[in-house]
Write a new protein. Sequence first.
Length: 107
Amino acid sequence: MCAAHDEIDQIHKSEVAARERIEDAEKRARLIREESDREAKALIAKAEHEAKKTASKMLSEIEGKKEEIEAGVLAETEQTIQKRNKLAAKKRDEAGKAVYKILVGEV
């Protein structure tokens, strides 16, 4: 009977030791999972930051190109307006001279 009690005690001790090892393994697994989650969140945050920075840079470049194009179009439009104003002034002078000739009777 003593041998049976010793075997039962030995089995009980083995069960307790096994439970402790399982608990330790679960704790380590939880710590690994938590650390992995933290690292994943940090990587995601860094990627989001980089994406926002890249998007901001791209928008800035696009805005610069837009302003450059607008300035070119504005300069071209102003040149066209000046040419047309000169042409209109010339035609107005010619029309004025023609009206004068008609009034004076030269025609």
